[in-house]
Design a binder for this molecule. Structure first.
Ligand SMILES: [Zn+2]
Length: 76
């Protein structure tokens, strides 16, 4: 019943990518291999979500009415 120990010992030559990242969007583990073509995101959905997020952010900054508002008092 010591099969596990033996296979772990001799598995050093067969090096499949063991790199595991964390999806920036949903924090799920993402393995750096062919199963995750959208890495570092876990899925295309997360990739698009992340992109949409900063796109919205840019939009908010550009259309910030508070900036235009503060310029009002300087005009005096
Ligand atoms: Zn994700």
């Amino acid at each position: 019943m010591s099969d596990k120990t033996a296979s772990t010992k001799s598995g050093s030559s067969n090096s499949t990518s063991n790199i595991v990242l964390q999806c920036p969007q949903c924090k799920k583990p993402v393995h750096w291999n062919e199963n995750y073509p959208n890495r570092p995101f876990c899925s295309k959905r997360c990739q698009q979500l992340d992109f949409g997020e900063w796109a919205t952010e840019q939009n908010t900054i550009a259309g910030d009415s508070a900036l235009a508002d503060s310029e009002d008092w300087q005009d005096d």
